[in-house]
Write a protein that binds this ligand. Structure first.
Ligand code: ADP
Ligand code: MG
Length: 353
């Protein structure tokens, strides 16, 4: 019901947007380029695609259609999706399309690389906490223990496009799918010759090229403490993905907050010192996988992982108001003056003595 209402509001919004699409972006002469924009609801979130330049409307429409196509392949709930088929295969092998095989391969590889902090088989536990239905509850210890028996990325057999998932297990691309969808949509736009676009996928940002005037895109970083943005990040050709517990969480009967990212070791929502993790990487899928898994790892685990890899940047915000950012983005990040009381720490590749 709530969703139907949102969809109606959104459709009205889209009609008015279509009406102003491709109007010249007013203001600065440097930005005096044609602009197209599409807003839509997919993968359980709101998306806004904006592109600058001639003839971008058609390309954006194709990118939107690509998202619907991927959603219908990866949905855990739609009965004709590929992931649904795998989850209801009763342990029998299933042949996947290339896109689905690739995202599953990627999720399994990242699960291995992060030591299981990311686990694409955690879905039954996420469901037990009610995050898939919004009927939240605190499961009993025994229930979680039993569910965790059927969790474990290493039990998934994937060879080429053939997958076999042991009976009782469930796959879910929730932590990486939006990132990969962003990559594929961005690729489509580039193939269509677009050099300046910003894809907002429910807060996941995929920047194609730079702004029309050649400067970087300015991405506001939402405060995990409530209203406002803690700062601004300037990027070109990058994905910027944030995970936190402040968007999807509930307060249990015990008065504690429980968020939607689960520690696969315990089956409990992550409850460490971190309030939000932002990852800046070349690819959306990497940024998405790492935002979830670095959140699970916590401050010292994330720092250790970054030192060992260094092919991405990150901004960690702790619940006591500290900001940790990696040295590669130090000069691209500006803290908002209203958050000037937050303490900034720069993480350097070579640890200081
Ligand atoms: P969002 O999708 O809200 O932007 P994330 O990318 O961090 O946030 O993904 C969180 C989603 O991934 C959860 O809603 C849940 O479905 C799933 N999930 C939760 N914990 C894990 C985990 N440790 N590994 C993999 N997926 C997870
Ligand atoms: Mg993620």
């Amino acid at each position: 019901m709530k969703r139907t209402f949102l969809l109606i509001v959104l459709s009205l919004f889209m009609i008015s947007l279509t009406a102003c699409a491709s109007r010249k972006a007013g203001g600065a002469a440097a930005d005096d380029q044609e602009r197209s924009r599409r807003e839509f609801f997919a993968m359980d979130t709101y998306m806004t695609f904006t592109a600058y330049g001639e003839g971008t409307e058609q390309a954006l429409q194709e990118a939107e259609e690509e998202i619907y196509r991927l959603e219908s392949e990866w949905s855990v709930t739609e009965e004709d999706s590929e992931i649904y088929r795998v989850n209801h295969s009763g342990g029998e092998p299933v042949t996947l399309s290339d896109d689905t095989a690739q995202i599953v391969r990627f999720a399994l590889d990242m699960a291995e690389e992060t030591g299981g902090a990311l686990d694409p088989t955690i879905y039954p536990v996420v469901a037990a906490w009610g995050f898939t239905t919004d009927e939240n509850r605190i499961p009993r210890q025994e229930e979680l223990g039993a569910l965790l028996e059927n969790v474990g990325y290493e039990k998934v057999e994937l060879a080429g496009n053939q997958i076999r998932l042991p009976e009782g297990m469930e796959l879910d691309m929730g932590a990486v799918g939006k990132g990969y969808a962003g990559d594929l949509a961005a690729e489509l736009l580039k193939e269509d010759g677009i050099t300046s676009a910003l894809l907002d996928i429910g807060g996941n940002i995929q920047a194609v090229g730079s702004r029309p005037d050649g400067s970087g895109w300015r991405i506001g970083l939402r405060s995990p403490f409530g209203e406002g943005q803690i700062g601004v990040l300037e990027v070109s050709d990058r994905a910027v993905v944030t995970s936190g517990n402040y968007e999807r969480y509930f307060i249990g009967e015990d008065g504690r907050e429980y968020g939607h990212i689960i520690d696969p070791d315990t089956g409990y929502p992550v409850g460490n010192e971190i309030d939000s993790v932002t990852i800046i990487a070349e690819e959306g899928k990497t940024a998405d996988a790492l935002s979830t898994s670095m959140f699970v790892k916590g401050l010292s685990g994330a720092e250790e992982y970054w030192r060992a890899h260094q092919d991405f940047d990150m901004i960690l915000i702790t619940e006591d108001g500290q900001v940790y950012l990696t040295e590669g983005i130090e000069s691209s990040f500006t803290l908002n003056s209203s958050f000037g009381n937050m303490e900034l720490h720069v993480l350097e590749a070579v640890a200081e003595e």
